[in-house]
Each structure stands twice: as structure tokens, then as C-alpha cells.
Write a protein that binds this ligand. Structure first.
Ligand SMILES: C[S@@+](CC[C@H](N)C(=O)[O-])C[C@H]1O[C@@H](n2cnc3c(N)ncnc32)[C@H](O)[C@@H]1O
Length: 218
């Protein structure tokens, strides 16, 4: 693991439970209100990802940077044949495993402690997702290429937008926690996707994010 990934991993191990609560809303009414206002796009990208990852039955999914398991478990609940979630933070993986058990889908979910470049590909996936992942990747091209290589149908990913009021605030806030964060313009995303071999793509602006679908077979 590189020093940067190790430091990202420390950050996410510390933040795992707070992150989970953004979805479960086990917070004060005021904090939930703040999430609703300032994290609206996080909830919207969940809807976007579900929509563009469907249909689920009989399909295999890869969730890179699966975090607390919100996406992986929902895919399994919707009938996915199998979901493999990978993440660099063991505390996140523990939350994913627990969530899968709560929803009785643990038999169709596997959660592994690795980053994508260190993950030995033994099978291909119909759909791979990377949601809230590229924010934390210094060199996104090899990761995106690997996602394409791992996938037969499409990838669904998100990128934080460069030109928003929140970008510098977030950059500074996370730098103090030794968690570097990266932002993207639409032009850079188009170039990255095309260099990674996606000739057909859909890019939708959702709040402070770009949500992207890359079609493997153009
Ligand atoms: C913002 S969370 C998103 C979690 C989940 N995808 C979601 O949207 O609910 C980012 C996750 O990416 C993981 N992560 C960061 N860099 C990674 C890398 N290089 N490989 C795999 N996971 C990574 C972190 O540990 C964290 O769990």
C-alpha cells in the first residue's frame, strides 16, 4: 500500500461510523437537516447509480470503494447474483458485512480489503461502480482502466466537480486530516473516460458532482 493510500485508509477507518450515519440518519435532527441540505447530491447519486446499474437479477457487480456497504447491499437486495465490494478501510468493510447480514444477503456479498490495483481479477463483472471513490485517487487513469478491464457491460462512477464553492473548503478540511482530495472538470472526465477506452458515455451534473456512466461496448 502506498503512503497516500495508507493515510486515506487511516482517515476512513476513523470516519467509518460517521459516514454510515449519513445514510442511516442516526443523528440529531439538526445534523440530519444539514445533511439534507449540503449532502443532497449524495442521496441523488444513489438514485442515479441504482437507475443506471439496473437490472440486477443474475448479474455480477463490483463496488470499488464500497464504504459502509450501502450500494453493495442494495444491489444484493434487488436480486444481484453476487456483489464484490472492495475497500482500503477495514472498519468500512466491517460495516458492509454487518449491513449485509442485517438484510440477510451475506451469501451473495463478498467484502475484501484491497485497492483495485492490488486486486487480482479472477472473474469479470457485468457492472462496476466507483461512487465517491475518485475523490481520493491521485492518479485516476490506471484505476479507471482497470475498472473497464474488469467489466463487460458498464461502469457507473462519480467525480466531485472542480468549480464549486465546496471544493476549496473540502480540500483544506481534509488536508488537515491528511486525506488528499481531488476535483475534476467535465473536460478532464471526458478525456479520462475516452483514454480508458469508453467511446460512449453519459455525464450528468448533479449538485457538486458529475455522475458518469461508461459503456464498455460503445
Ligand atoms: C466517500 S466513501 C464512499 C463509500 C461508498 N462508495 C458510498 O458512496 O457510500 C469513499 C470510500 O472509498 C474508499 N477508498 C478510498 N481510496 C480507495 C482506493 N484507492 N481503493 C479502494 N477504496 C478506496 C474509502 O476507504 C471509503 O470507504
Amino acid at each position: 500500500m502506498s503512503t497516500e493510500i495508507a493515510s486515506q485508509s487511516d482517515y476512513w477507518n476513523d470516519e467509518a461510523d460517521s459516514f454510515r450515519k449519513i445514510y442511516s440518519h442516526e443523528k440529531s435532527a439538526f445534523s440530519n437537516f444539514l445533511d439534507k441540505v449540503f449532502r443532497k447530491d449524495m442521496y441523488e447519486r444513489f438514485v442515479f447509480t441504482l437507475h443506471h446499474s439496473a437490472p440486477f437479477p443474475d448479474k455480477k457487480f463490483l463496488d470499488v470503494g464500497c464504504g459502509s456497504g450501502k450500494y453493495a447491499v442494495e444491489f444484493a437486495r434487488k436480486g444481484a447474483q453476487h456483489v464484490t465490494g472492495i475497500d482500503i478501510a477495514e472498519n468500512m468493510l466491517e460495516l458492509s458485512r454487518r449491513l449485509a447480514e442485517q438484510h440477510s444477503v451475506q451469501d451473495r456479498c463478498t467484502f475484501l480489503h484491497t485497492d483495485l490495483l492490488g486486486y487480482e481479477l479472477k472473474e469479470l463483472f457485468d457492472v462496476s461502480i466507483g461512487i465517491g471513490l475518485f475523490d481520493y485517487i491521485a492518479n485516476p487513469f490506471p484505476v479507471l482502466s482497470r475498472m473497464r478491464q474488469a467489466t463487460t457491460d458498464r461502469v457507473v462512477i462519480s467525480f466531485p466537480r472542480l468549480w464549486t464553492w465546496r471544493a476549496p473548503v473540502r480540500k483544506i478540511r481534509l488536508a488537515t486530516r491528511r486525506c488528499p482530495v481531488y476535483f475534476y472538470s467535465r473536460k478532464r472526465i471526458e478525456r479520462l473516460m475516452s483514454d480508458a477506452g469508453f467511446s460512449k458515455m453519459k455525464i450528468e451534473k448533479i449538485g457538486k458532482l458529475f455522475c458518469v456512466v461508461g459503456y464498455v461496448n460503445g
